[in-house]
Structures are given as structure tokens and as C-alpha cells.
Design a protein around this ligand. Sequence first.
Ligand SMILES: *Cc1c(COP(=O)(O)O)cnc(C)c1O
Length: 406
Amino acid sequence: MSDSENHKVTAATKLVSAGRRRKWLGVEGQKGSVVNPPVWRASTHLFEDCADLASGRPDEHGHFRYGRAGGPTQWALADALTQLEPGAHSTELYPSGVAALSIAMLCVLRPGDEVLVTDNAYGPTNWIALSMLSQFGVTAKPFDPLDLESFAAMISDKTKAVMLESPGSLTMEICDIPALASIARDAGAISIIDNTWATGIGFPALERGCDMSVMALTKHASGHSDVMMGSISAGKEMMKKVRLMTQFMGQVVSPDDAALVMRGLRTMGVRLEHSTRSATEIASWLQHRPEVTSVLCPLIPEGPGHAMYKRDFTGGCGLFSFLLKGDKADRARFIDALEHFGIGYSWGGYESLAIPIDPEHGRKLRTWPQGTNSDGAVGVRVSIGLEGTEDLIRDIEGGFAAMRSA
Ligand SMILES: *Cc1c(COP(=O)(O)O)cnc(C)c1O
């Protein structure tokens, strides 16, 4: 698809056609093609002759040079992801979401610089900024993403990057990303968003003002809990820096993994639609349960930042949290009684998951959830998968019964 054609079609259609360039699907000089880009396993790429070798190749996707720069399978996936992130020029792939976050920060930070990290960030984002980068002379400070004035006051000449996330990991509040990104831009800082929750389909991050969109493809894109990968997508100038750092750091993903993620990507739209609908229903139901004190789900009107969700997002997913009336032992009885929810850290797979979450893993700069006393609150984060919604509701009811049985 040309760029102008790509702009016109719906996300559903892009998910089917993206990355399927004719030249990656067929054999030169032969009619016909296959549907999916084949798995090109390669470390060595061959040159035609010494003159070809001497003239070199552009250091971009689509040119055979050496395996570390990827091959057609990885290029096809990167191309597909670029088409799914409006405003992106290209995409780089990483062996995990955390690798993508590390590289994103390394691209734009130098000794003496400062990075501001949203207080609701994914845990490892904090330790990359606070622990790893401090070894290189970069200082990191958390900021409250719900307080635009303090954020604007905190930014200084030293601030070169701002880490954003919406909704927040665990706490699930939607933030005013267009406003935060615009404050960062005016101050000359690069805004990097972890867009794993919504993906480019649910939140066109670059169009909303961010400079770099990072995703853990491990979650929705892969969708089947069997492969780890991350990505960075951005505009042309930014991707020059990203590409260079990616090559310096020797970041490459296997063609087999790229093919798996590409397979997941094809059904990501219908999976997200199902789990968003199911999560909305379950969250609304939880809202009226006596065992629950708050439901932290931006999909429902009572959820944190729902109005901004309606304003800025075009889709969601099945990940949200809620707080239980009870203590940690009650919560353990609840979670252990669930039959359709596995206990695990990941999310975005076809199967539902639940994990306990505590306020100390939530916010540092304000009580959590907003406006309540989080002391003693016990939380659960669920990832709603593709099971029948009524089965999951019945399962949660069983969990509540087990919780009350003590
Ligand atoms: C899981 C996750 C990551 C990290 O991805 P990995 O592939 O597990 O390294 C980054 N950000 C968010 C919001 C995540 O949930």
C-alpha cells in the first residue's frame, strides 16, 4: 500500500495487509506468491561480486548486508508495525519490551541530562532510568502525570527525555498525553510513550504529540504467550538515532520470532475488540459488587480518566485492576479459587490472567487510587482473555465466595 492509500483504510484492513509486500512473498520471475512472508533464517548475506561489496548497501530495512540488520521476515514485521502507527517513518525490533525501553532512553540521553519518569510507569522503566542510567551520569526524577502544572515547573534545560504511559501500569489512570507531550516539546525534551496497552490502533501516540512510541509486542501483538519482543516506532529524524543505537547495541530478533509475532498481529484487532468488550462488561459488573471498593478501568464511565479515554483513544484492551474489601489473605483465597485465570506477570495473551497488586507498587507521589486512602487496600490486576464473558464472571463469583468463606 502507498502511504496515501494506507491513510484511508481502517485499522482492521491494515492489520490484514500490512507488511505483505509482493517482493517478500514470491520468487522473482515466477507468477504467484504465498500469503505470509517466509522465515528467512540468515546470518550471512551474500554480495554479487567484489564491486557490489565495495559499493556497500544503505543501512536500512530492505537491503541485504548482514544478519544483525535483519532480513525480509523482520523487515516485513517492522513494516507492518510502521503502517499501524500513524505518523511513523519506520520501526526497529528488540528481543523484549524492556530492551526497546532501554534503547529508547539511550538514544536521547547523555551524561548530565535528566529524564522525567511518569509516576505510574511500568516497574522496569523506573529501574532503567533510576539505576542503569545513573551509572552513565543521567539523573531521573518521577513526576505526577495528573498534575500538569508541577510537571511544567519540573522541566528544566537539563530535561532531555520524558517517559510517559497511559493508562498507568497497575493504577490504570488515563493521562492527558497531548498536554504532557506538548509541555515536553516546548521545553525541548523528547517524549517517549510506552504504548503497550492501547497499541497504535487504540492510541495513535505520534499523532497525539509523542516523539517515540514503544511497545512490548510480547503482549497484544504476539497475543499467544509464547514469544517476547519489543518495538520502537517514530518519525524519520528520530529513527536515524534509534537505528544507530540499535545497531551499536547489537539488537536483533530471530526471523522465527518475527514470524510468530506477525501471525499474532493478523488477529490482534479481533482479539482486542473481544477482550475490550468483555473487560468492559466485567468491570461494570464488578463496580456493583459488595466485595469491591474500586474498579480501576478506564473503559467504564466510573473509571480513572474515562473522559480522556473517550477523547483520545480509539480502542482499549482487556487489562485493568480493582481493589478488594479485605486483606491479603482474603485476596489470596480469591485469586487461588479462580479456575479460568492463570497467575502470571504478563498479559495480552488469549488466556485470562490475574495477579495481586499492592499500593507500594503503584504510585509514590499521590495516594492510590486517587482520592482514597490506599493504606491497606489490596488490589488485583486482571488480563481478560478470549474466554466467554459469562464464564469469567461466574469464575469471579466463585472467587468471591471462596474469599468470604474464611
Ligand atoms: C510487559 C511490559 C513491558 C515489557 O515487555 P517485555 O517484553 O516483558 O520486556 C513494557 N511495558 C509494559 C507496559 C508492559 O506491560
